[in-house]
Design a protein around this ligand. Structure first.
Ligand code: MRU
Length: 362
């Protein structure tokens, strides 16, 4: 399936005939390779290795991944199926630590299993598939709603800067940060986008630049270090980024380099927005200080395209995300509208009632 706005970009993932297929995002844009994931380990590894990535897409993949993981258990007695379900959910939850959507979606799947009145394992499996499909449909809808609320921020002639890939490839719809961009573009508004390349894994260059071009959006690729100087030259009117986890006070984790962008935006007076669905809110985490930041292998920094670019044996720090304090955020673009300061009160007012109850996914 190709989303109508793109020339030939396949859907981030599909579920057909009880089979989960993803685009291997590590190979884009050079090759479009669709991969079927048939075991819990394959799903875990695809998430861990960023073949499927971006907080909302990870959440949807994990929901279907749990279904894939349970296919072999459909003949077990119900008690055995339920025990295996809890185990598999905890296993998938360990694939990556920072994006809360992974844990959110697995908890939601476990709650659906608890609620289901299924009297045998095969029926419980079907109930899980239904819930995963519902999470998938909602994700597409949430992107659209984020797009509608964020679109007024993009006006004729303006410059929009984004970081990493919070786009269609990071979700199963129009993206989060990119949804207002796609919608404004479809409205015929002429504006330009600057995409940070996003070292070290280049999600901005490989994925954001690629998908925006596929939709014929005017996009210019820049190195991460160029962003502040573009702001100094008044080329950037608004920054829109995604998020992997938003704490109750409005601090948020996103791809490494987001914090520097937020600081530069504050310095140059550029509005700085975070686009995310409510599945990225973690109201159980009071502030950003306790968000677990994924540390990735040093090879991602010392090597580029398989070539060594740093001295052998050099010490490397490679955190995949950073935490931006809420004070630097102008607003959160969510499916319910743009949330302004004070974030703690306003996020709670809109979403507290729906905070997920504690569950067994670790
Ligand atoms: O390591 P990644 O590629 O999964 O990081 C992705 C990001 O940081 C995105 O900005 C975030 O997940 C939001 S995606 C809508």
């Amino acid at each position: 399936m190709v989303l109508p706005i793109f020339e030939s970009l396949p859907a981030t993932l599909t579920w057909e005939d009880d089979s989960l297929r993803i685009i291997d995002q590590t190979r884009l844009p050079r090759e479009t390779v669709i991969e079927a994931l048939t075991t819990a380990f394959e799903v875990w590894r695809a998430i861990h290795e960023l073949r499927i990535r971006g907080a909302p897409a990870i959440g949807v993949a994990a929901a279907y991944g749990l279904c894939v993981s349970m296919q072999a258990s459909r003949d077990l007695p119900l008690d055995g199926f339920r025990a295996a379900l809890i185990e598999q959910a905890a296993y998938l939850d360990s694939a990556r630590p920072t994006a809360v959507n992974l844990n959110w979606s697995l908890k939601r799947m476990l709650r659906a299993a608890d609620r289901s009145g299924a009297s045998d394992s095969a029926s419980l499996y079907r109930a899980l598939v239904e819930e995963a499909m519902q999470i998938h449909r909602e994700d597409q809808l949430l992107c659209e709603q984020i797009g509608l609320h964020g679109m007024p921020l993009i006006t004729a002639g303006c410059g929009v800067l984004t970081h990493c890939n919070a786009g269609a490839l990071a979700t199963t719809g129009l993206g989060t940060a990119t949804a207002p961009i796609y919608m404004a573009h479809q409205e015929g508004i002429a504006f330009r986008v600057y995409a940070d390349e996003t070292r070290p894994l280049l999600q901005g260059a490989r994925l954001t630049a690629y998908e925006l071009r596929q939709a014929n959006v005017d996009v210019t690729l820049i190195t991460d270090g160029t962003a502040a100087s573009l702001m100094a030259r008044r080329k950037v009117d608004v920054v829109i980024v995604g998020a992997d986890r938003v704490a109750a006070n409005g601090d948020f984790a996103n791809k490494i380099g987001t914090l520097s962008l937020a600081i530069a935006s504050r310095h140059f007076g550029v509005p700085f927005y975070v686009a995310c669905p409510s599945s990225t809110l973690d109201l159980q985490t009071p502030d950003g200080s306790t968000i677990v930041i994924e540390e990735r292998h040093g090879d991602e920094v010392t090597h580029l395209g398989g070539q060594q670019i740093a001295p052998a044996g050099i010490k490397v720090l490679n955190p995949a995300f950073d935490v931006t304090p809420h004070d630097l955020v102008t607003g959160y673009i969510t499916e319910r509208g743009i949330i302004a300061k004070p974030f703690e009160a306003n996020l709670a007012a809109l979403f507290q009632a729906e905070a997920p109850a504690a569950s067994t996914a670790s």
